[in-house]
Design a protein around this ligand. Structure first.
Ligand SMILES: Nc1nc2c(ncn2[C@@H]2O[C@H](COP(=O)(O)OP(=O)(O)OP(=O)(O)O)[C@@H](O)[C@H]2O)c(=O)[nH]1
Length: 204
């Protein structure tokens, strides 16, 4: 069983809970308690691999003030950063979140970090009230080398599932790369130990 931890972050009212609940239950409920943070869990199968998924949905995040995110950055294997296409302030907040994630991972394998972040422009059904263009979202994603889509948690169930699956697939393939690296590391350590002690044992 592979454990995957995903944090859904974004400005207040961007639709974090709506997206998580839509993915987990297929339903769009409409109103969600925003006073409490939640960790939802789900078991699923992805490309033949059993996944124990935890989704962190924080309570309302202030648009202002310094973003700490220290706990989330340590906890999560990947991030879904949500903004509301009809709310420019939420887009600015998403930008700040992406910046914070990037700066915290300087030194870590950049490609792995980038592939496990998805920028989502939610509430596409409200395009008549649009304040953020599709091309702006796309550019922000390109600048941060993360993935991007616009969708509507209210109307696009399949797109929501596809987005979650894509980020999960990227996270688990990052795990595979790490797993591949680990045995070769321990093998070379075993070789080293053998070289030192094995030879000595032979001579006794
Ligand atoms: N029209 C429309 N409304 C949406 C969509 N997604 C969420 N909403 C509405 O937007 C409001 C906020 O949604 P939430 O899922 O609670 O947003 P949140 O980011 O979790 O909010 P906080 O926890 O308060 O930060 C609710 O009234 C939802 O019904 C969408 O795709 N389209």
């Amino acid at each position: 069983m592979t454990e995957v931890k995903l944090a859904v972050l974004g400005g207040s009212g961007a639709g974090k809970s709506a997206l998580a609940v839509r993915f987990l239950t297929r339903r769009f409920i409409g109103e969600y308690a925003s006073s409490a943070e939640c960790i939802y869990t789900k078991h699923l199968s992805l490309d033949g691999r059993q996944i124990h998924l935890e989704i962190y949905d924080p309570c309302s995040q202030p648009h202002r003030g310094k973003l700490s995110l220290t706990g989330e950055l340590h906890w999560a294997d990947g991030f879904i950063i949500v903004y509301d296409i009809s709310d420019r302030a939420s887009f600015a907040f998403a930008k700040a979140l992406l910046y914070r994630i990037r700066e915290s991972h300087i030194g870590a394998c950049k490609k792995m970090v980038e592939s496990s972040v998805f920028l989502v422009g939610n509430k596409q059904d409200l395009c008549h009230m649009r304040e953020v263009g599709w091309d702006e979202g796309q550019k922000l994603a390109i600048d941060n080398k993360c993935q991007f889509c616009e969708l509507s948690a209210a109307e696009h169930y399949q797109e929501v599932v596809a987005m979650f699956m894509k980020v999960l697939r990227n996270i688990t393939s990052n795990f595979k790369v790490k797993e591949k690296r680990r045995p070769s590391g321990s093998k070379s350590m075993a070789k080293l130990i053998n070289n030192v002690f094995g030879k000595r044992r032979k001579s006794v």
